[in-house]
Design a protein around this ligand. Structure first.
Ligand code: C3B
Length: 833
């Protein structure tokens, strides 16, 4: 059925077509209308939540009007589009972002005030959309913001999890997980019940003849699950472009499969099937940098890849172009290996369904895909067991075997005298059971592979993917250093600083060209400017102190040095190094005379982050932090000289309060383990200094801001392997200061020492894989330098301002332009006002 209205009837449409509100009064009218009609409430029963829902609906109308226009424009011009496939989108709240991006926050503030509401209270009602674990998911969210802001025709594709990342509660110092049901009252999604795709699982493969007598494979007797699209509008900042994030939800197929059961009277089991279909998109796997090989996870991956590809192919086919033009119209970026099956699915569509020859199809596939690697940690690299894949996706496994065969034949030709390279680069690992190495498929099936910071990309080339550099040449591998969106992480999170900068630079242009920040350096010596800068930091620290008081009950002195480490809890990120350093500081203060204590720089050590529910060591670290907090914070001997805080349930909206409030933040991973890190960028952009190892993007941050403005410590990546090797052969000496810390723990200073023995043993007895002891001395002496530096307020301010001025490189706008130029080959779409 042709759904498009014929030209003669379009006049009426044009006349009545929806318009967005453009000022405070129109906003108020829309708000009241939504409250009274959509929500069926009135001025007699309108609380903050209803005001939030009404405001969100009013802004949603605005977004969807622009969304419609953007989609029409993109369809009409039919330029090449980018599709960003990510299993995680850690979006956080949408309302504040929407208000700022469309430039209507002031109007909304006044409008709400007229009607009796404070905008902060209204914004605070929104539930975070937390469809991600950590850095990888948040990066995807920042990318969407930049893609829209820069007017790229781009879509995000993900899963609509019923439960996002769990909520963390701390009970007696332990992490407890509570499900996060976030979908109630979520006004930001549009269900598209008309956009569905049937997705197959299980079954088997039959060869049959097509109409030309050619043998083709066909995947038959499979179970079918339906994917339903939910669309989330993504507004750009200061532009009319509103892109689409399409999230798939699973449901039982209404097709034949169930019908037979219903007709056979097997009602209960048909309903049970429905429930089992719905579990596919039920929950986000809560692991960060860890893969566990569960069948449901593989189902999620295929379900989402297949639905997304079907959608992309359908859009392409509408244009009636030749298949060879597919890579000129479509760029697909794989956010880590999670969507690697999209490569196989594309090849399957082209050869089994569209009837292309293998080589022709494979050329199209490799020109279309790009793959971003985010980690070198071995436990995070995805492998799927062959029997599992055989059962769930029989046709895909055949295609994988074929790809591998052709690939290995070519390698053999290229390196005729090297037998070992074949087993090293084979997609199939010859283990028991055999495993499919997803990263290898991603490399072989893409035209570009990139890491997320220079060191990381170099490590990929020299270690993990070295053989592939030999095979394909170094040009297939590139680096695109991560960034953050300055809209959320400066303008939204730190409005006062954003205004002050705008005042100095004569406008907010820096928000879309972050390199303009360099003009701030001219004001470093301006006394008045420094005072204002310091004042904003104090206010932000007060705001965080209030959050701490409200959530932990502890009172902290906002004059103290705020030292913050917030990120997923992981041994490689080394929160244990931090808490051991805190214990060291505590013991030192305890041993001081009253006179000596007067010289101590008061400090608040703030932690936040979730541990994967099954990651026992990470949970032990959280437990230790909380036990140390309970002792230190109640020690009247120490008072304000040291406080330890664990902020429960760290998430995006808390990060927006935390990042602007640091004096110093910690990015202290074992060198060579952190892909990039992005919170390092958020903290510096908000005027905090950082202490860090020579790892990930810390190195490039140092290069940009100058090594006098950062506190670097610890062993270098190039020395890590050697140190580990030496530990392995018994060459290990526990650092003497760390030994004292361990003694305090073992003397039950922080409760039952048995609770923490695994943690100390991993260092003392099991080889100290993360080099906590090796870096301890350098870590604590660098912290002494931090104290010293903090005493010189003027010098510290100068460092803070200079650093912000030099952070222009770390915007995701720069990142997206690099991907667009060097990987996607797409152009922004011109948008007229
Ligand atoms: C993360 C890395 O751990 C970070 O260093 C990096 O900044 C971000 O990705 C974004 O590139 N990462 C993650 O959050 N989850 C993974 N499974 C792998 C990497």
């Amino acid at each position: 059925v042709e759904a498009s209205i014929p030209e003669p009837l379009r006049e009426a449409w044009r006349k009545y077509s929806a318009h967005e509100f453009t000022n405070k009064d129109e906003f108020e009218r829309e708000l009241v209308r939504h409250i009274e009609t959509t929500l069926a409430r009135s001025l007699y029963n309108c609380d903050d939540l209803a005001a939030y829902s009404g405001t969100a609906l009013a802004f949603r109308d605005r977004l969807i009007i622009e969304w419609n226009r953007t989609q029409q424009r993109q369809t009409f011009t039919d330029q090449k589009r980018v599709y960003y496939l990510s299993l995680e989108f850690l979006m956080g709240r949408a309302l504040d972002n929407a208000m700022l991006n469309v430039g209507m926050k002031d109007a909304a503030r006044e409008g709400l005030q007229d009607l009796g509401f404070r905008i902060e209270d209204v914004i605070g009602q929104e539930h975070d959309a937390a469809l991600g674990n950590g850095g990888l998911g948040r990066l995807a969210a920042c990318f969407l913001d930049s893609l829209a802001t820069l007017n790229y025709p781009a879509w995000g594709y993900g899963l609509r999890y019923r439960y996002g990342i769990f909520k963390q509660e701390i009970v007696n110092g332990y992490q407890m997980e509570v499900p996060d049901y976030w979908l109630d009252n979520n006004p930001w999604e549009f269900p598209r019940h008309d956009i569905t795709v049937d997705i197959q699982f299980y079954g088997h493969v039959k060869k049959k003849q097509d109409e030309n007598g050619k043998l083709v494979a066909s995947w038959v007797e499979a179970e079918v699950v339906q994917a339903v699209a939910y669309d989330v509008p993504i507004p750009g900042y200061g532009t009319k472009t509103t892109n689409n994030l399409r999230l798939w939800s699973s449901k039982a197929s209404s097709g034949e499969f169930d019908f037979q059961k219903f007709n056979a009277g097997d009602y209960e089991s048909a309903v049970a099937d429905q429930q089992s279909a719905e579990t596919i998109s039920a929950v986000l796997y809560p692991n960060d940098n860890l893969e566990r090989g569960k069948e449901l996870r593989l189902k999620q991956q295929y379900f989402w890849c297949a639905a997304s590809l079907y959608d992309i192919v359908r859009r392409f086919k509408k244009t009636k172009r030749a298949w060879s033009e597919f890579p000129d119209q479509v760029a697909i970026q794989l956010n880590d290996t999670h969507p690697t099956l999209a490569i196989i699915e594309m090849q399957r569509i082209l050869i089994d369904i569209e009837g292309l020859e293998w080589d022709e199809a494979w050329t199209i596939v490799t020109k279309t895909f790009g793959y971003t690697n985010h980690t070198v940690l071995p436990e995070a690299l995805e492998k799927w067991s062959v029997p599992l894949m055989q059962n769930l996706l029989p046709r895909h496994l055949q295609i994988i075997y074929d790809i591998n065969l052709y690939f290995l034949q070519a390698v053999e030709k290229q390196f005729p005298n090297d037998r070992e390279i074949l087993s090293r680069v084979s997609i199939i690992e010859e283990s028991h059971p055999k495993m499919v190495r997803m990263a290898y498929i991603a490399i072989i099936g893409s035209h570009k592979v990139n890491g997320v910071a220079e060191l990381h990309s170099d490590l990929l080339k020299s270690t993990l993917f070295k053989d592939f550099v030999d095979i394909y040449g170094v040009d297939r591998f590139t680096n695109v250093t991560n960034g953050v969106t300055p809209r959320r992480w400066l303008h939204q999170a730190n409005p006062a600083l954003s205004s002050l900068i705008a005042e100095k630079l004569g406008g907010h242009e820096f928000l879309t060209d972050l390199t303009l920040l360099d003009k701030l350096e001219a004001f470093v010596d301006d006394k008045d400017f420094r005072r204002q800068w310091a004042h904003i930091k104090s206010d932000n620290k007060l705001r965080l102190a209030r959050l701490i008081k409200d959530t932990t009950g502890y009172t902290v002195n906002p004059e103290s040095l705020f030292d913050i480490q917030v990120k997923r809890i992981h041994e490689y990120k080394r929160q244990q190094l931090n808490i051991f350093g805190v214990i060291h500081r505590y013991l030192k203060i305890k041993g001081m005379s009253a006179e000596e204590r007067k010289k101590v720089v008061p400090r608040v050590s703030i932690f936040g982050g979730k541990a994967a529910p099954g990651y026992w060591m990470a949970k032990t670290i959280i437990h230790l932090i909380n036990k140390v907090a309970a002792v230190v914070n109640n020690d009247s001997d120490v008072g304000d000289l040291l406080k330890v805080i664990f902020i429960e349930d760290y998430n995006v909206s808390k990060a927006e309060i935390i990042c602007p409030a640091s004096d110093i933040s910690e990015h202290i991973s074992t060198a060579g383990t952190e892909g990039s890190g992005t919170s390092n960028m958020k903290f510096v952009l908000n005027g905090g200094l950082i202490i860090g190892t020579c790892d990930g993007a810390n190195i490039e941050i140092t290069r940009e801001i100058g090594d006098q403005n950062i506190f670097l410590f610890g062993n270098l990546a190039e020395d890590v392997e050697d140190l580990r090797h030496r530990h392995f052969y018994g060459d290990f000496q526990l650092d003497p200061a760390l030994e004292k810390v361990f003694k305090a723990i073992k003397d039950n200073m922080f409760g039952d020492a048995g609770d923490f023995s695994a943690l100390t043993a991993s260092i003392e007895e099991h080889g100290d894989y993360y080099l906590v002891s090796d870096d301890f001395h350098s870590y604590v002496t660098t912290h002494e330098m931090v104290d010293e530096a903090f005493l010189n307020k003027e010098e510290w301010l100068a460092k803070s301002i200079t650093s912000v001025a030099r952070m222009g490189f770390f915007s995701t706008d720069r990142v997206i332009n690099e991907y667009a130029d060097s990987i996607w080959n797409v152009e922004p779409l011109a948008v007229k006002d």
